[in-house]
Design a protein around this ligand. Structure first.
Ligand code: ZN
Length: 683
């Protein structure tokens, strides 16, 4: 069970930052003392954001083609640069056959070799196209669809890359066993609304998609492609109609539908489920969790009612779109013309090299990760970040124990959940063994097919394994963090634990104020409005009492009212309610990380650096973490829509913390001063 801060509120994982690996701009990380980034002519109590960042704001610039620049962007650029260098290095290393370096290097090399791809033409698709052509009845169609069951989904997927997706994870009530969680999927357009919304914009978009379908069918050698494109779009529209509406798709209680194997025949007639699950590799599976019932019943009915011809064209289209990147240029260009240019608004395709890096990361994530951690996150860096995480957990223990709004029985449940929470730092203890996966230097298509088959077998094998989160739900070499509510675990990638966020060789105070506060923010979600529906083992269970909830909301209302008064523009103020959940987590992160930092000193004073005490540097790093250059339009959009505060009010969270007043000697009358009774205290 994952929750994504950026996109949805009640499904389940958090990515602090997701690297796309597609930006290619090279920007050396600024190596300069943190004091140069400050403006010490400003009193910290009047404008802590500019006191901390005034120097940086005078010299930093927004990269060409972007609308914002911040620490997250700097971190992403740094990781992209590091990963690019490692993969390019592997490509030219000519390492021993079968080694990790050979596989990474050859995957990349085959992908950029467009001459070899062009020379093969459409031949690599021949056997799959023949299999589609051989479909002749409901059973053979079901068997083919089962073979496409996509295992590359997780708790955040809203539209799996085939008619159904499967995610192997523990049950929502049974924490002892892994189950196949079945997911809706199979739409070419991003979601249900793209098919059903009757606005002019969506109608035009669908016309362009129909033209794309026709172009792809033509490339596949199908005659009468215009007529057929209309029927494929009609089939996808019916699949979309079966999708769960967004509000339902975001409600985990509605997703908790345990089905026995026998239920499929009764509840979802139309599909030959024996044939389907046999070719999906799930023939012996008796228990399933169906996340969107309507999608399963809807697709099954369409198997029975739609013509085999329409299904075959649909499958040809999706085969081409799925493998477009490793097929001749005409296919890749048509794919980009619609998905890049029309749907995403991109003006030009990413370079072949950038696409190859993304593809290599996707196919061999932990092979690249091994190269990454050897170079950029050695064991001593991991040990230092783990020590910080342990300090944070200890600080949470004390904070939860002393909460005034939680009843004693609820506190006991929270402490049990904290004790059971596993925090994974940097990289997994055991790597995926890629020895069974062959990667050839001249076979881009075959490499992609084999990697998909390899990953799928690995995923399905987890049905027979323990529920321990041995599988990392994020890429080690991309800056990111994920909360898993089920099982109860948190993950912080090696690439997020890099400067300017975390410096394994750097100042402890700055690390706790930046990465420490960020990690504590994420951990707090396991105990707040988001996490209080999952117990210590990650099972669905509402463990707050009504009285706890009321008391929490009363404290939150005070913070929301405080934030409502923060107006970045005369005509646009922060919307306290909209940003409340995240602002409470910010405050939790700040106070817990501060406790953890002070405890880490074990009574000894931290040295003064640049004229600043350790506690001053802690708060400074917190404010520097949020700095961002952005256009007025970008800031206005953030105020209107984002669930996170804009940079300046976010940095101003410090005004709710008593210690900040002490260490910067902020007097009553300073602009940011709040009377002690007006400071928000929740965690
Ligand atoms: Zn958050």
């Amino acid at each position: 069970m994952l929750r994504n801060d950026a996109y949805r509120t009640t499904v389940l994982a958090v990515f602090l930052a997701t690297a796309t690996f597609l930006t290619s701009a090279f920007r050396p990380a600024p190596e300069r003392p943190f004091t140069d980034d400050m403006d010490r002519s400003i009193h910290p109590g009047d404008d802590f954001y500019r006191y901390s960042n005034g120097g940086w704001m005078k010299t930093a610039t927004i990269p060409a083609g972007q609308t914002t620049f911040d620490n997250r962007a700097a971190l992403t650029e740094r990781a992209n640069r590091q990963v690019r260098s490692l993969i390019e290095g592997a490509a030219s290393a000519h390492s021993a056959p079968g080694s990790i370096t050979q596989k990474v290097g050859d995957y990349y090399t085959s992908f950029v070799d467009q001459h070899a791809i062009a020379a093969k033409g459409m031949k690599p698709l021949a056997s799959e196209m023949a299999a589609i052509a051989a479909i002749h009845d409901k059973t053979s169609l079901s068997a083919y669809l089962g073979g496409t069951l996509n295992s590359e989904v997780d708790g955040l997927t809203s539209n799996a890359d085939h008619v159904l997706g499967v995610w192997i994870n523990q049950g929502l009530e049974d924490a002892e066993h892994n189950l196949p969680h079945l997911w809706q999927g199979g739409l070419g357009l991003p979601d249900r609304d793209h098919y059903l919304d009757s606005s002019t914009q969506m109608t035009e978009l669908r016309a362009k998609y129909r033209a794309h379908i026709a172009a792809m069918l033509k490339l596949a050698g199908v005659g009468d492609s215009d007529q057929r494109a209309g029927r494929v779009l009609a089939l996808e529209t019916e699949i979309a109609r079966a999708f769960a509406p967004d509000a339902d798709a975001a409600d985990v209680f509605k997703q908790n539908n345990p089905w026995k194997r026998t239920d499929f025949n009764l509840k979802a007639p139309g599909m030959d489920w024996d044939a389907y699950f046999k070719s999906a590799g799930l023939a012996g599976q008796t228990d399933f969790l169906v996340w969107q019932r309507s999608a399963v019943t809807g697709v099954a009915a369409l198997v029975a009612h739609k013509s085999i011809d329409d299904w075959q064209d649909y499958l040809r289209l999706h085969l081409l779109d799925h493998y477009a990147a490793v097929l001749p240029k005409a296919v890749a260009d048509e794919h980009f013309a619609f998905f890049g240019r029309v749907l995403s608004g991109a003006t030009e395709a990413s370079s072949r090299e950038s696409l190859a890096i993304a593809a290599t990361n996707g196919a061999l994530p932990q092979a690249v990760a091994q190269l990454y951690t050897q170079r950029h996150f050695p064991p001593d860096a991991k040990a230092r970040a783990e020590a910080m995480a342990a300090d944070l957990i200890a600080a949470f223990h004390a904070r939860i124990s002393n909460l005034t709004w939680m009843s004693t029985p609820t506190k006991q449940k929270a402490l049990a959940k904290l004790a059971a929470c596993k925090v994974f730092i940097g990289y997994p203890d055991a790597w995926i063994d890629y020895s069974a996966l062959d990667v050839l230097r001249d076979d881009a298509f075959g490499n992609m097919r084999r990697a998909e088959a390899f990953n799928r077998l690995r995923n399905l094998a987890r049905l027979k394994q323990s529920v321990d989160p041995i599988d990392w739900p994020l890429h080690v070499q991309a800056p990111g963090a994920v909360i898993m509510f089920s099982p109860n675990a948190e993950f912080f990638s090696a690439a997020i634990l890099q400067p300017p966020y975390f410096d394994a060789q750097g100042d402890t105070a700055s690390n706790y104020g930046s990465a420490g506060a960020g990690m504590a923010h994420e951990i707090s979600h396991s105990f707040d409005e988001l996490g209080n529906i999952y117990d210590a083992q990650g099972r669905l269970d509402r463990w707050w009492s009504d009285a706890d909830r009321d008391a929490y909301h009363a404290l939150g209302a005070k913070l929301a009212a405080q934030l409502d008064k923060d107006c970045p523009f005369t005509d646009a103020c922060v919307k306290g309610k909209q940003v409340l959940k995240e602002s409470i987590a910010d405050l939790a992160g700040l106070v817990v990380a501060h406790d953890a930092y002070v405890a880490s000193l074990k009574g000894k004073p931290d040295p003064v650096i640049g004229g600043l005490t350790g506690e001053q540097r802690f708060f400074l790093a917190f404010a520097q973490r949020w700095r961002r250059l952005q256009s007025e339009a970008a800031l206005r959009k953030q105020i209107a829509t984002d669930t996170h505060l804009p940079p300046e009010p976010r940095s101003d969270s410090v005004r709710n913390v008593d210690a900040w007043y002490e260490v910067f000697q902020v007097p009553p009358g300073a602009r940011l001063y709040l009377k002690p009774e007006d400071r928000a205290k929740i965690w």
